[in-house]
Design a binder for this molecule. Structure first.
Ligand SMILES: [Cu+2]
Length: 204
């Protein structure tokens, strides 16, 4: 049987049993093998006290994680962020903002390639009851006005009309959207508002 140097060094009492040296080596080697079979010392708690300390630590960690989630939920969303592509669709059907926002940002990204004249997109926010009429009047207003009637009080917020690869931002003043009111977002490019439309839910 071969015993390597590293394991020989582990014999603490080699000098104390000169006569039984050979047997001692074999015994030590056997216990080293047993240790390496089981790998490192298992991290199971050894006493009931250790067990309960571990349980308490796990509970505290879970509480801390819950606390973080609560903070994230409590922060009001003040951004309406949408993408629209050459498929004439927004990436969302419903967005939620808070009536407590000091102002609400509109952020539009056109992920397509077509130019604004062929596949222009914007974000227009109105009361849901006004959406159809504003879209219709926008078409009358024409391309030069970005397909939106100028100075229209029904338009609560709108970005400019953009083409593929472009982005645009705008904002809605705080308080313009009331909690629980019915609001919609849509694109006012001719023919787009039926498909490119969604709900703005206003939380308190
Ligand atoms: Cu559009």
């Amino acid at each position: 049987m071969d015993v390597d140097d590293a394991k020989l060094i582990r014999i603490p009492a080699g000098g104390r049993f000169p006569g039984a040296h050979g047997r001692r080596v074999i015994q030590i080697k056997a216990s080293c093998d047993a240790m390496s079979d089981h790998g490192a010392r298992p991290e199971t708690p050894e006493t009931p006290t250790e067990q309960s300390i571990m349980n308490i630590r796990k509970s505290l960690l879970a509480l801390a994680l819950l606390g973080c989630a609560g903070l994230v939920q409590a922060a009001p969303n003040c951004t309406i962020k949408l993408q629209g592509g050459d498929n004439m669709q927004f990436d969302q059907k419903t967005v939620t903002v808070s009536a407590a926002c000091k102002s609400i940002s509109l952020e539009l990204q056109h992920t397509g390639k077509l130019p604004v004249a062929a596949m222009g997109h914007n974000i227009v926010v109105t009361a849901s009851a006004d959406a159809d009429a504003v879209a219709k009047d926008g078409i009358k207003a024409g391309a030069a006005s970005g397909y939106l009637p100028a100075g229209d009080k029904r338009v609560l917020g709108a970005t400019k009309m953009i083409g593929g690869g472009e982005s645009a931002t705008a904002s809605i003043p705080g308080g313009a959207l009331k909690a629980g009111g019915e609001y919609s977002f849509f694109c006012s490019f001719p023919g787009h508002s039926a498909l490119m439309r969604g709900k703005v839910v206003v939380a308190p």
